[in-house]
Design a protein around this ligand. Structure first.
Ligand SMILES: Cc1ncc(COP(=O)(O)O)c(C=O)c1O
Length: 403
């Protein structure tokens, strides 16, 4: 058996592959779905008479905010339509509190901490690190965060400022939180403090490619749990139209919203209103957005199915993998502490995978086990090679075979 695995490794190496499955990016054919945006002619004045070519509307044009309000199921006045990046809105939310939170700015706290579900998004950890905020890991279980752990963590420390999580098709395990899980999180967090921030990165809000469990809109749950003043929800069109070329949206209320508006008013005079109007004209309403997302799903789904079918060839003892119904990633979990070995073996074959550990704060996966796979950006041919290389490397590392 070992000889066969070594032979596979060598023949893959001979192919001199150069395949990058590190980041969850849309493939070209997905980007093509939005090409009409490139030469769409649009009105130059918004319905309230604002000239889109000039300064004005710091929180977005009303037409775009209305679209955001439909997307996030939040009242119009609670929604901002920003620049092209939701991560920027998340950053600004943290920054505004770091500088100006009342009664004490976060920069004055001795050991500020945020709870972060793991495996999670590397950029979230880096973002918190920029502010000297410790990212305290909490396990993700099937239907969201491990509530018992959440309660234990929060009751054992003072300086917990909030939780930063991806509640639908999380990056990278694809976990979708149940309503029950979110309600429990709201209950425990708000009992701990009426300032505890529920910061939801809803990057994959409309990115299902297979039937997904029903999730009540977060804003609705936040309102019924009376925590809307402690809730911030962000999303964007980065994986709807163009990566880094869409519109970002944020819904919040109370002081968190006011602080964000305050800091944004210093930072930027207004977002790109022409791009906002282009998107409004392109989509018109939520129904069109959803049918556009079906077209994405039709392109993405076969790639995930292909990845699953190759991963299924691995002997069970080697590990397990998540089978998301949406989003952009698969999380593979090795049963032995060999993730870094697998990633470096893949690199030897010419297949680049996100560094092991990067889905944990400080790059520290205590079990050296989680590997993120991003199947969307490459062609199906490349993906087949990459996945064959991946399983071969998992087997080599798992059975400790020397090459
Ligand atoms: C969880 C998550 N949030 C945010 C982003 C980036 O979003 P944006 O382009 O809107 O900043 C990504 C991109 O991969 C992501 O996976």
């Amino acid at each position: 058996m070992h000889q066969e695995i070594i032979a596979r490794f060598n023949s893959l190496k001979e192919k001199q592959l150069s395949i990058d499955i590190t980041r969850g990016k849309p493939d070209t054919n997905q980007l093509d779905l939005s090409n009409k945006l490139l030469d769409l002619s649009i009105p130059l004045v918004s319905e309230n008479g604002i000239d889109l070519r000039n300064y004005g509307e710091p929180f977005g044009i009303i037409e775009a905010r209305r679209l955001g309000s439909e997307l996030l199921n939040a009242p119009f006045e609670n929604v901002i339509a920003g620049e092209q990046s939701s991560l920027l809105l998340t950053y600004q939310t943290i920054l505004s509190n770091y500088l100006f939170a009342e009664p004490l700015a976060w920069k004055s706290l001795k050991k500020p901490k945020f709870i972060c579900p793991v495996p999670g998004f590397d950029r979230h950890f880096k973002l918190l690190e920029d502010f000297g905020i410790e990212a305290v890991p909490i396990s993700l279980i099937e239907d969201g965060v491990d509530i018992q752990q959440f309660e234990e963590i929060i009751n054992n420390g003072d300086d917990y400022l909030g939780i930063l999580c991806v509640p639908r098709h999380s990056n990278p395990s694809g976990t979708t939180y149940s309503d029950e899980n979110i309600k429990k999180m709201f209950e425990i967090g708000s009992n701990f403090s009426n300032k505890f921030l529920f910061l939801f990165d809803h990057a994959y809000l409309i990115h299902d490619f297979l039937p997904t469990i029903k999730q009540t809109p977060l804003w609705e749950i936040a309102e019924s749990s009376k925590v809307q003043d402690q809730t911030v929800i962000t999303t964007s069109f980065s994986k709807v139209t163009f990566g880094g070329g869409g519109i970002s949206f944020l819904a919040s209320s109370g002081e968190y919203l006011e602080l964000l508006k305050k800091i944004r008013s210093t930072m930027i005079i207004c977002p790109d209103k022409l791009n906002q109007m282009r998107h409004v004209e392109f989509f018109k309403d939520l129904k069109t957005i959803k049918s556009h997302m079906n077209e994405h799903a039709n392109l993405i789904k076969p790639k995930f199915e292909l990845a699953y079918s190759v991963l299924e060839k691995l002997p069970d003892e080697c590990g397990t993998f998540s089978k998301p119904t949406g989003g952009y990633f698969i999380a593979f979990s090795t049963s032995k502490p060999i993730a870094s070995k697998v990633v470096s073996l893949c690199e030897e074959i010419g297949v680049l995978i996100t560094p092991a550990g990067s889905t944990f704060p400080n790059g520290n996966d205590p079990n050296n086990s989680i590997i993120r796979i991003a199947p969307t950006f490459v062609s199906e041919k490349e993906l087949t090679d990459a996945m064959e290389a991946f399983i071969t490397c998992v087997e080599l590392a798992h059975f400790d075979i020397s090459i």
